[in-house]
Design a protein around this ligand. Sequence first.
Ligand SMILES: Cc1cc2nc3c(=O)[nH]c(=O)nc-3n(C[C@H](O)[C@H](O)[C@H](O)COP(=O)(O)O)c2cc1C
Length: 205
Amino acid sequence: MQIDVDQVDEVLSTARSVRKNLDFDRPVDRQVLLDCIDVAVQAPVGLGGENWRFVVVDDPAPKQEIAVLYREILERIFKERGMDMKPTHKALTGRLHEIPAMIFVCVDGLPPDEAPAGQIGFYGSILPAAWSLMLALRARNLGTTWTSLLSARQDDVAKILGMPDGTLLTVMFPVAHLKGATLRRAKRDPAAQVTFWNRWGENSV
Ligand SMILES: Cc1cc2nc3c(=O)[nH]c(=O)nc-3n(C[C@H](O)[C@H](O)[C@H](O)COP(=O)(O)O)c2cc1C
């Protein structure tokens, strides 16, 4: 199969966080979400095996509970930083309970205590799948945001989702169809500036 590199690069480069321009009223097909998760599980995985588990929430009651938790955590973060909540965060937080679906990327297992190699192996076996999931959503014109702040309240999330002991939440993706959003490349330092050749610090091309 001939791969359209431009299209692939476009998906990879425009998987922006979308919190506002989302269609909160249009349901997202469960099969589409499963298709995206099927893409996600093609991600690289370490020796520990395929310990990823995905909890998709589209029932109003748990969505409401998660939304309350999310708001509490975010409000606390902004308060601790002495900042007002940014409009983009307000937009999502205010309607999170209405989001058509939430996908929780979880692990059936816990990170090892040792650092850092064990940690790298543990998270390296789940976060690539989360990123692939975000890209698969982007490719289908579904809007989402990489959110990890719920991990601050693991026990509460576990209770709401019925997650057993020994499991971990990493990222939660709120998912909706895009509504009036134009997703563009972000402003990032170019490769030549952040890439060293042969030795750290040598970045002249
Ligand atoms: C590790 C990590 C955790 C994040 N957690 C949250 C979060 O909890 N809530 C949120 O709204 N955005 C979260 N984000 C999204 C960032 O805020 C977002 O990437 C940033 O606003 C830049 O936007 P862009 O990704 O569209 O360039 C997170 C991103 C990363 C990489």
